[in-house]
Design a binder for this molecule. Structure first.
Ligand code: IVH
Length: 688
């Protein structure tokens, strides 16, 4: 191709791509590309078109807006168009918007309301004389689609407005969305059934609304946040956005509670940063913050551009999904032998950092997603979560790309992988696998376990490769002289590492228990075992039953812990740790607990007693301790096993009704002490 042919060819190619992805997004609700990648394509096309007006094309997809109505759902012309919003991609763009606003108002600084930008679908709900008569999607802003039957299945949306004086016409607008928990549950189901998972909650919500059968929509448990009014005839007059929202709430709509009022753009900018950092704390997805002028008279003064109001702007968070090239798929083997496939990627900046590797979870996930080396894939990195490959972009798959096959042998030791029937994980079960060994040592040193600074994966690999360390107990005999012999380890860092390892000997018992890396035994259960038995020796002497009776432990954990301690190799390992001088828990505390037990009558032995509401003379912890120190258990919820429910002022209604349904005796809090000394007598009296 000659250089003069290159530009029109590139423009033609971009037009084809933009048109393809536009249709997938707007007409099929099945986008292949993350919004950020699609926006980048459109931007490049617009840039080339602007630079080369000679290749103009009136129908170019870079000028298409919204989606055209489909054949399934009847078109609805909006009485008041549904505008979109201009975007600010960073604080400086937000400030530019604000400065222009203030200039437009002759210097006046307006009060602003900041709302979350919900990542769902805009919806216009039309009520006539208080009855819901029509629900329409945004479409291209002028004409949307009638999805009334499906919308009626959403619990958050009233079929009839509350109050007696409903206006002749009231259009309430807002966002239909799928809560994250619903999305995850739905996707777990798809994966379990071997079906391709949905890409994100927004697409899931869009797909749910496009169901021909409203019963299908109902199953998807969608929700709704209202945020403005459309056409109104005969309603009350409002002076501000805040008043409008209060009215919307008063007629029965859910309003989001994360609403803030600001008079200062710096505070708005701080708030946007805060929201960005906490965007995953909410239970639903947001992709930005919408800032709106509160005063409706000022809004009228500011007016609209051709596509968006001047009185509002969307501050967009940086994207958490991008596409990139999948170079190859590799498998890593963890400390328990679990084999995790992961993608080696062309580095891409997403979710605040450059990502070059992303997890593919397990064998089934690779098969269900059908990602292949050479594919362009969507990578997702949300907050602190490990980056993952969401799926391929099918239209960009190179010809001849072959499905990837999970290896049959461990890449670290060459032994065959094993996948037990009915389990999702493939494992290397070789006892001497070097990958497992290295991962065990790295886990021992990790932040949630013994927290040994300076002992990351690379250092561990150096130590094991040099034959200095074969398991975590070996760490405690390392010397500075040995460490300085290693590649690129100086005297200072060697000294620091020896100190850090030494310090870890005094880590509390829950950390040591966690560091052992016993399957299922995490920090919470380690803490629970320590709180009950105080020392490692005491725990090692307990039966499955004794461990399983500890709150927060349970039979699965108790069984794996018992099995682990029963193995001679593990006992020898523990003895080496003892010789190295590691702390095995608080002997003194153990002695005191034993004494207390001996002097307190064990009236609650084998009994589970739940406390709800306040008990005179005790705080919650003391009341529970009074039960556990007498040999009983005191969990937070009522079950069939509950012996009695102690009830004081402020007791939970659900606990009470559950206890009543189960026929559990209900003991008034003022009889707590009497109950502690003779539970049977008190319960017999109540039952009688
Ligand atoms: S106000 C004329 N408020 O963002 C102003 N929109 O690009 C209309 N959105 O289509 C919108 N959260 O789907 C507004 N709190 C919020 C919003 C919100 C999400 C969506 C809405 C709209 C798009 C604008």
């Amino acid at each position: 191709m000659t250089p003069s042919d290159e530009i029109p060819a590139r423009i033609a190619d971009l037009r084809e791509q933009v048109a393809h992805h536009f249709r997938l997004y707007h007409e099929h609700d099945a986008p292949e590309l993350p919004d950020a990648d699609y926006d980048a394509l459109v931007r490049e096309l617009r840039r080339l078109e602007a630079e080369h007006p000679e290749f103009d094309e009136p129908e170019t997809p870079s000028r298409w807006i919204g989606g055209s109505a489909s054949a399934t759902f009847a078109p609805v012309t909006h009485a008041v168009p549904m505008m979109s919003l201009d975007n600010a991609m960073d604080p400086s763009e937000l400030r530019t918007w604000y400065d222009r606003l203030v200039r437009g108002l002759g210097g006046a600084e307006p009060t602003m309301i900041a709302e979350l930008k919900f990542d769902g679908l805009a919806m216009s709900l039309r009520y006539e004389h208080g009855e819901l008569v029509q629900a329409a999607t945004r479409g291209d802003g002028r004409v949307g689609e009638d999805v009334t039957a499906n919308i009626r299945t959403i619990d958050d949306i009233p079929h009839r407005l509350e109050g007696d004086d409903a206006p002749a016409v009231l259009e309430v607008r807002g966002e239909v969305y799928m809560p994250t928990a619903v999305f995850e549950e739905l996707n777990d189901g798809y994966v379990a059934a071997g079906e391709r998972p949905l890409v994100n909650p927004r697409n899931a919500a869009a797909g749910s609304l496009r169901q021909k059968d409203p019963a299908m929509t109902a199953k998807r448990r969608l929700s709704f946040w209202a945020y403005q009014l459309g056409a109104v005839d005969g309603g009350p007059e409002f002076g501000s956005h805040a008043e409008t929202l209060a009215y919307i709430a008063s007629v029965g709509f859910p309003l989001n509670d994360q609403l803030r009022t600001f008079d200062d753009i710096d505070e708005v900018i701080d708030y946007c940063a805060y929201r960005q950092d906490h965007r995953h704390d909410l239970g639903y997805e947001i992709d930005g913050v919408v800032i709106k002028v509160d005063d409706l008279a000022l809004r009228d003064e500011l007016g609209f551009t051709s596509r968006a109001p001047r009185w509002a702007i969307a501050y967009k968070f940086p994207p958490e999904e991008r596409t990139t090239l999948l170079r190859e798929i590799q498998v890593s083997v963890g400390r328990t032998g679990r084999a995790t496939p992961f993608a080696v990627l062309e580095p891409v900046f997403v979710g605040g950092s450059t990502v070059s590797m992303a997890t593919l979870h397990n064998q089934d996930q690779v098969a269900v997603k059908d990602v292949r080396p050479g594919d362009t894939v969507i990578v997702r990195k949300a907050g602190d979560v490990i980056p993952e490959v969401v799926g391929p972009v099918p239209s960009m798959r190179p010809k001849g790309a072959r499905p990837w096959k999970f290896p049959t042998t461990c890449p670290a030791c060459g032994n065959p992988f094993v996948r037990p029937e009915g389990e999702a994980d493939t494992r290397c079960v070789a006892p001497d696998c070097p990958a497992q060994r290295d991962q065990k040592v790295a886990y021992w040193a990790s932040r949630g376990a013994m927290d040994i600074e300076g002992l990351g994966e690379q250092m561990v690999e150096k130590l094991t490769a040099a034959g200095l360390v074969a398991d975590p107990a070996d760490l405690y005999s390392l010397t500075v002289e040995q460490l300085v012999e290693l590649d690129r380890v100086g005297a200072t860092s060697a000294g620091n590492l020896v100190d850090e390892i030494g310090k870890s000997k005094r880590q509390p018992l829950p950390r040591l228990l966690t560091a052992l890396g016993i399957r299922h035994l995490g920090p919470a259960a380690s803490q629970a075992l320590t709180a009950e038995f105080h020392t490692l020796d005491a725990i090692m002497a307990k039966s499955v039953d004794e461990m399983a009776s500890v709150d927060g432990v349970g039979r699965v954990i108790a069984t794996t812990v018992r099995t682990w301690f029963d193995q001679p190799a593990n006992q020898a390992f523990i003895e080496r740790l003892r010789e190295a001088g590691l702390g095995f828990g608080d002997e003194e505390q153990a002695r005191r607990a034993a004494e207390a037990r001996a002097s307190t009558p064990q009236t609650m032995a084998g009994r589970t007693v739940v406390v709800s509401g306040s008990v005179p003379g005790y705080n919650r912890e003391e009341a529970e301790q009074a039960i556990t120190s007498r040999g009983g258990k005191s969990p937070g919820s009522v079950s069939k096993k509950t012996f009695a429910l102690v009830v004081g002022p402020g007791a939970g209604a659900s606990k009470l009704s559950k206890a009543e349904a189960n026929g559990t005796p209900i003991v008034p809090a003022e009889r707590f002490e009497e109950f502690l000394s003779d539970p049977d007598a008190v319960v017999a009296e109540i039952a009688g």
